[in-house]
Design a protein around this ligand. Structure first.
Ligand SMILES: CC(C)(COP(=O)(O)OP(=O)(O)OC[C@H]1O[C@@H](n2cnc3c(N)ncnc32)[C@H](O)[C@@H]1OP(=O)(O)O)[C@@H](O)C(=O)NCCC(=O)NCCS
Length: 159
């Protein structure tokens, strides 16, 4: 993500997450101010992954694809995994909500494990961000946060 992308990224995040602000494990973030990977088709953003790196961990903040099932989400994740390895991160983690059924399967197929369940975390986050809907994907009520983690093998530079 370049500085020239940031306003467009902020609008994309707002469209998909009801605000420019996202809350993860009780902390607030503005993804357009962080780092990220963008996928475009005919100039329009069709995929966005945002992240930050703290110490040896990459935290994914948002992941969205507007053209599902065409490999965009996978390609963004592979970019993030490669970046994390190059930055010598030991793990990639994210907090998602209990309704993101498709994403939860998608992350597990990439090797992520569920490492934490924060009961009622979204109900708490809703006090800070009232735009968070009560009901999400496929009519699932949204209450809880699931933390998922991918442990990385040490990065081997190719000679
Ligand atoms: C999760 C998400 C990012 C996946 O994005 P995507 O672009 O559909 O991802 P891909 O196309 O790479 O892979 C998705 C599926 O399509 C399949 N696929 C991959 N390449 C494909 C291709 N060229 N043609 C058809 N299908 C393909 C994959 O096997 C995968 O199968 P699955 O749905 O059973 O996991 C997307 O569903 C999304 O934006 N969800 C809503 C937001 C959300 O929940 N984000 C995560 C919150 S933390």
């Amino acid at each position: 993500m370049q500085d020239s992308d940031r306003e467009e990224v902020a609008e994309f995040v707002e469209r998909h997450w009801h605000s420019r602000l996202v809350i993860s494990r009780g902390r607030s973030f503005y993804p357009h101010k962080e780092r990220g990977f963008i996928e475009r088709r005919q100039g329009m953003i069709v995929g966005l992954l945002t992240y930050r790196i703290d110490d040896d961990a990459m935290q994914l903040l948002t992941l969205n694809s507007t053209l599902e099932g065409h490999g965009i989400g996978s390609s963004l994740m592979l970019d993030a995994i490669e970046r994390a390895r190059k930055q010598k991160c030991k793990r990639i983690w994210l907090a998602t909500t209990n309704d993101t059924l498709r994403a939860i399967g998608f992350y597990q197929r990439l090797g992520f494990r569920m490492v934490e369940l924060n009961l009622g975390a979204v109900d708490e986050a809703r006090k800070v961000k009232p735009q968070i809907p009560e009901v999400g994907e496929r009519g699932v009520p949204i209450h809880d946060e699931i933390v998922m983690e991918l442990l990385l093998e040490p990065y081997l530079e190719r000679g």
